[in-house]
Design a protein around this ligand. Structure first.
Ligand SMILES: Cc1cc2nc3c(=O)[nH]c(=O)nc-3n(C[C@H](O)[C@H](O)[C@H](O)COP(=O)(O)OP(=O)(O)OC[C@H]3O[C@@H](n4cnc5c(N)ncnc54)[C@H](O)[C@@H]3O)c2cc1C
Length: 478
């Protein structure tokens, strides 16, 4: 049984869910003096962005490579708060590879001190890129122009697919950019993506500034980052309770306190933050007290749907590529991460690469052997050395509930931090943050819930880290 200090003058908070949303809310609140108990049903923190010892390969691996970008100011702020920001490797280069091996390099222009103002910084590399024909580049320029102005598409109810057809996108632009880079950033088919979300990604990653589009990858397993969150909470007189599956919550009107029933016993608290994925909240809803607005919340939850992400982890007896990551064109495997290079502490004799397949419901249906064989065959088309290398071990991780989709109209199904219940706040990547299903959205939701809670407690605090300001010509487009 977990107990909160009943007579403590500090207000107590139970945060349910130890993903990035819950961790960021918990750390923000502990930072300003709340006594927080972070309750997580699993034996480790991280939720959909975690790592563990995989028994099949006897290695600690991430459930999938998680990438952040410079524009993800809140996850960066969270990493700074818990002292792990130095464990992120940042890069601005993106190598696209075609089957057969031809490479195109995207990234911001820089020659000595000379840089180009945003949004032109990526233009020279795009113009040189062999992966796009001239007609593709013109089509992309046309689409980027249409997405350039913040707010211009915010009321659009169109799907990205329809919008792209209206903007006369070529097959090359569709296959090598929209169906690959943008569909995997949003982890959904272009026919199921709302245009405003795609426009946001295009502006943040390719137009607003070189800094906003730079890409960050952890040099340690994800769970090692969260040791920082546990340490931070303990140093601030708070705690993490693992293996604490929350089964129900009740509100005591007289004492104005919540009792959270967990598998390991009850926890009482003045405030609760529910930092669960939408299906997790949906499951607990019948056990929550009746209140006006609960039926509406239930309807919102029903609107959400999942998209899968699969990752194939391969250990070879030799190096497959000198690149630390790459985008693979025209095949089912989309992204390559050279984990041995990104995480040199692994001291591999050969190499360890991870291949990521986003938004493919077909790939998620393959068996382990089929998926690994397919990944190996396709990888050999990009790197012929795979044909002669020995595969030492392999793992397939299927996350069928990886992300929620962002189809047109989804914003109406994303509630804010304020819930139908007193002193209970909502977080999770699916709540209203304006961001797609990402760690940034999770952390933003955690910071927003912490802001709403601190305000309700009469100690209003700002936790949301502001966006990066657009640079160059983009700053005039506000
Ligand atoms: C394969 C994959 C690849 C991804 N790639 C990227 C990427 O490259 N970049 C990026 O930004 N995002 C990526 N994402 C998305 C990102 O992981 C999520 O958006 C983010 O982690 C969501 O965080 P969250 O805290 O909102 O939810 P979750 O991570 O789902 O956290 C919720 C937590 O609540 C716990 N929980 C559930 N029910 C209960 C209960 N009853 N009691 C107690 N605890 C409970 C869960 O165990 C979990 O730990 C990826 C996701 C996946 C799965």
């Amino acid at each position: 049984m977990q107990s909160m200090p009943e007579n403590s003058p500090r207000k107590t908070v139970a945060v349910v869910g130890g993903g990035v949303a819950g961790m960021s809310a918990a750390c923000a609140l502990a930072d300003v003096g709340f006594h927080v108990s972070l309750l997580e049903r699993r034996g480790y923190l991280g939720g959909r962005a975690s790592s563990y010892l995989h028994p099949g390969v006897n290695e600690v691996i991430d459930n999938c490579q998680h990438v952040i970008f410079g524009c993800c100011t809140n996850i960066v702020g969270f990493y700074e708060r818990i002292g792990v920001a130095n464990k992120i490797h940042w890069t601005s280069d993106m190598t696209m590879i075609e089957p057969g091996g031809r490479r195109s390099q995207l990234g911001p222009f820089q020659m000595g001190p000379i840089r180009l103002p945003a949004p032109l910084h990526g233009m020279p590399a795009l113009l040189r890129a062999g992966a796009f024909r001239v007609a593709d580049k013109l089509a992309l320029a046309r689409a980027f122009r249409g997405m350039m102005k913040p707010g211009s598409l915010s009321n659009s109810e169109e799907t990205l697919g329809d919008w792209l057809r209206r903007h006369r996108q070529t097959e090359g632009a569709m296959n090598h950019f929209w169906r690959l880079v943008i569909a995997s950033a949003l982890n959904a088919d272009i026919e199921h993506i709302a245009v405003p979300y795609a426009a946001k990604v295009v502006r943040e990653l390719f137009m607003n500034s070189a800094e906003a589009g730079s890409m960050g990858m952890s040099i340690v397993p994800l769970s090692e980052l969260y040791d920082g969150a546990k340490r931070f909470l303990e140093e601030h007189g708070s705690c993490v309770v693992l293996n604490a599956n929350v089964e129900g919550l009740s509100w005591d009107v007289l004492s104005r306190r919540w009792t959270v029933t967990t598998r390991t016993g009850p926890v009482t608290a003045d405030y609760v933050v529910m930092a669960l994925p939408f299906e997790g909240l949906q499951k607990l809803l019948p056990g929550l007290p009746q209140a006006p607005g609960v039926a509406d919340l239930a309807k919102q939850l029903e609107q959400h749907a999942h998209w899968p992400i699969c990752s194939v982890h391969l250990w070879f007896d030799r190096e497959i590529t000198e690149l630390d990551h790459a985008v693979l064109l025209d095949r089912e495997i989309h992204w390559l991460y050279n984990k041995g290079k990104l995480q040199p502490w692994r001291e591999l004799r050969g190499s360890y690469v991870e291949l990521v397949v986003s938004a493919s419901r077909e790939f998620a249906l393959l068996s382990r052997d089929q998926a690994i064989a397919k990944a190996m065959n396709e990888l050999a088309e990009f790197f012929p050395v795979v044909n002669t290398a020995r595969l030492e071990k392999a793992a397939l991780i299927k996350e069928v509930r990886a992300t929620f989709g962002v189809p047109p109209g989804i914003d109406a199904a994303r509630p804010g931090a304020i819930s139908p219940w007193p002193n209970l706040f909502l977080a999770g990547d699916w709540v209203a943050t304006g961001w797609p299903s990402t760690m940034e959205s999770g952390v933003r939701s955690g910071h927003l819930a912490a802001e709403a809670l601190s305000q309700a407690a009469g100690r209003a605090q700002n936790f949301l880290v502001p966006d990066l300001r657009p640079q160059g010509l983009m700053k005039w487009l506000r």
